[in-house]
Write a protein that binds this ligand. Structure first.
Ligand code: HXC
Length: 257
């Protein structure tokens, strides 16, 4: 579709979503979040796309939710807007989402990054939840996702103090997958994405689905769920092809079926 605050394109089986409000450091207004989710959903149904790559134009990935837009909200307006339904939809996207982040990854921008499946960060990246300094708190999953990722101790420290976490610390705590030189961010993110587009896409899909269930389910439930996905892949053409190719000592030719 045509979007006002983001740009999209498809190249080499990668669906690009680029935040495009650089003068406001890609502050996320509600229309913009809706556009990001719509674009991700379009790519999720697009057979030309195997992986989604989310990044930002300009200096920063995103300085957070648009404070001007939020300033006059009240509980009733927020309830009626139901803006977080968009964020829920983002977590239903089945294809992997890679975030390529740099400079400020703040507030809602940090939550958007935490909604990605994999993160590549430029060496100059700073992550922070500054909400407390505005008299509020994260509202799009920050207190939940960060805590599940790094544990209660550091999550509380960082969200209570608005501390800016650098890329090295984020890597150490498993928030990001990789640190790269700022000038190579997109190049590195694309080669990371290509490692996944090269894999049979139904297996990729079931792996994302199963790993995400590990966050929500008990170990027992998660293992039952994993098993069903494992069985399901044996209905795929790519499973037959992958295993036949191994036996015949040749390269597999995957079709995504
Ligand atoms: C609206 C923003 C913005 C934001 C930056 N801008 N962040 N506008 N909402 N979150 C605007 C500035 O007003 C400014 O506009 C322009 O972008 C450039 O920003 P500067 O402040 O001039 O840049 P700099 O001095 O480099 O400082 C960068 C910064 C600072 C440290 C990131 O902009 C900042 O503190 N921003 C707010 C960060 C924040 O509190 N985020 C959390 C929001 S709450 P003008 O017109 O003056 O040029 C949140 C809740 C999520 O995210 C809830 C769920 C969705």
């Amino acid at each position: 579709g045509l979007f006002q605050y983001i740009e999209t394109s498809v190249e080499n089986e990668i669906g690009f979503i680029t935040l495009n409000r650089p003068k406001q450091l890609n502050a996320l207004n509600r229309t913009m979040v809706g556009e990001i989710v719509s674009a991700a959903e379009e790519f999720d149904c697009d057979t030309q796309v195997k992986v989604i790559l989310l990044s930002g134009h300009g200096k920063a990935f995103s300085a957070g939710a648009d404070i001007d837009e939020m300033a006059n909200d009240n509980p009733v307006s927020l309830e009626l807007l139901n803006q977080f339904a968009d964020w829920d939809r983002l977590s239903l996207v089945k294809k992997p989402i890679i975030g390529a982040v740099k400079s400020f990854v703040f507030g809602g921008g940090f939550e958007l990054a935490l909604s990605c499946d994999l993160l590549i960060a430029a060496g100059d990246t700073l992550f922070s939840f500054p909400e407390v300094t505005l008299g509020v708190m994260p509202g799009a999953g920050g207190t939940q996702r960060l805590t599940k990722l790094v544990g209660k101790t550091k999550a509380l420290e960082w969200i209570l103090t608005a501390e800016r976490i650098n890329a090295e610390t984020a890597l150490k705590y498993g928030i990001i997958n990789k640190i790269v030189a700022p000038e190579l961010l997109m190049e590195e993110a694309i080669s990371f994405a290509r490692m996944i587009t090269a894999q049979p896409s139904l297996a990729v899909r079931m792996i994302k689905d199963s790993v995400n269930k590990a966050v929500d389910y008990s170990l027992y439930e998660g293992m039952q769920y994993e098993r069903k996905n494992f069985y399901l892949l044996f209905a795929s053409v790519d499973q037959k092809e992958g295993m036949e190719a191994f036996v015949e000592k040749r390269k597999p030719n995957f079709t995504g079926r």
